[in-house]
Design a protein. Structure first.
Length: 413
């Protein structure tokens, strides 16, 4: 009995093993055996199955016992090292200041030792009595040729714009991102300037800074000067302080500015300076060739559509008066008609300032002759003889008709 059970148990165990093998093979063929094979070779694989291949196939035991197969991470290519970006080329910094090589003694004190004082004799330059204050300097030698009350404080009128222009050009040189080609929008602050002597800048309009500098230099536009000041400071009330600090640095001891344009304020205050201080200031502008090119321009325009064409207020800038290349005119009741002028002939540079003339015509006539004299101070001129006055003929009181001779006929030849 025991022997029969042993025989049957052996066969039972063998049957269980075979069933297990069949189950394993079926699962392998169903789930894993067909992976990565060609359709033509699938039939052959069903007939002959390699158990080792099945067991070694990926995910076999996981599929068999219900465990989830963890997907393998795809191999990633090695990260490329970021190459350093090429350095951007540095922007060229535009500087408008140039050393005034034509004047070796630039900025040194003036020499008054051989200067003529008071009114000039008429055989040199007639009309000096009309000047309230004046000075003419040979900048090449630093010698003062003539002066009259040159330290007297008087109104600057629009000559104050010379300081505004100087400060604005220094501001451009200190900023890498602002040049004369920079386009800016006209601020509302320009509307506080009285609308006289202006180029009618309207808030919201856009211009290049070069257009605004030209308008202030050539036309002497008050609104343009105000806009330049607002380009330097946000609060226009702080600009006179900057002007006066710069004046102190330059040694302008008789100067006090109250605004950027030189007009008289509503409270009656106005900028004051002296003829000597104005020449000290004017010399500094020689270091900006771009400004000198504007000062010597006779005519310019503003706006492309409906352009405003304006002419230089300095009538000495004219081909008839060679060498004159600047600088600034002005007029207020406090200053009279005044002018800072500069000229260069045969390598010699002269500069001067006159104030207090009662008319523009008298000022310009005198300054033209003064410039000629400054280049040749030893030359005397002969004053023009006045024409004799005609004696008035007393009328007899009778009304007589004018007798006109009959016109003679002329034959055409």
């Amino acid at each position: 009995m025991k022997e029969n059970l042993q025989k049957h148990s052996r066969w039972l165990l063998l049957a269980v093993v075979m069933i297990f093998i069949h189950i394993v093979v079926a699962l392998a063929i169903r789930g894993c055996g067909t992976t990565g094979t060609d359709p033509q070779s699938q039939g052959d694989q069903k007939d002959s199955v390699n158990v080792e291949q099945i067991e070694s196939s990926p995910g076999f035991w996981e599929r068999l016992f219900g465990k989830k197969e963890t997907p393998k991470k795809p191999e990633t290519a090695p990260e490329k090292q970021e190459q350093p970006k090429p350095e951007e080329p540095k922007k060229e910094v535009i500087t408008y200041h140039r050393t005034c090589k034509e004047l070796p003694q630039f900025g040194k004190p003036f020499d008054f030792s051989k200067a003529r004082h008071g009114e000039l004799p008429a055989y040199f330059v007639p009309g000096s009595k009309n000047a309230k204050s004046a000075i003419v300097v040979d900048l090449t030698t630093r010698k003062v040729l003539w002066e009259k009350n040159c330290r007297l404080k008087t109104g600057t009128a629009s000559m104050a714009k010379l300081m505004t222009l100087l400060l604005f050009m220094e501001h451009l040189d200190s900023k890498e991102d602002i040049t004369l080609d920079t386009v800016v929008t006209v601020p509302k602050g320009v509307m506080r300037v009285p609308r006289s002597g202006v180029v009618y800048l309207a808030p919201g309009e856009q211009f290049k800074y070069s257009d605004i500098v030209k308008a202030a230099s050539i036309k002497s536009a008050n609104d343009a000067a105000e806009m330049l000041a607002l380009g330097v400071v946000d609060d226009i009330s702080k600009f006179p302080e900057i002007m006066n600090n710069k004046a102190a640095i330059l040694g302008m001891t008789s100067t006090n500015f109250v605004n950027a344009h030189g007009l008289t304020e509503k409270n009656g205050s106005y900028s004051t300076s002296s003829a000597l201080d104005m020449v000290i200031l004017g010399e500094r502008l020689l270091e900006y060739p771009v400004l000198m090119s504007y000062f010597s321009t006779q005519q310019a325009s503003l706006r492309e559509q409906k352009p405003l064409i304006y002419t230089n207020t300095n009538k000495l800038v004219n081909p008839r008066y060679p060498g004159v290349d600047g600088m600034k005119t002005g007029f207020t009741r406090a200053a009279g008609f005044c002018l800072v002028f500069s000229a260069k002939r045969d390598g010699k540079r002269i500069m001067g300032c006159v104030t207090g003339f009662k008319s523009r015509v008298d000022r310009d006539r005198f300054c033209r002759k003064l410039v000629d004299w400054a280049f040749n101070p030893d030359k005397k001129i002969t004053p023009a003889k006045s024409s004799p006055k005609k004696t008035a003929v007393k009328s007899s009181g009778r009304k007589t008709k004018k007798q006109t001779a009959p016109a003679k006929s002329r034959k055409r030849r």
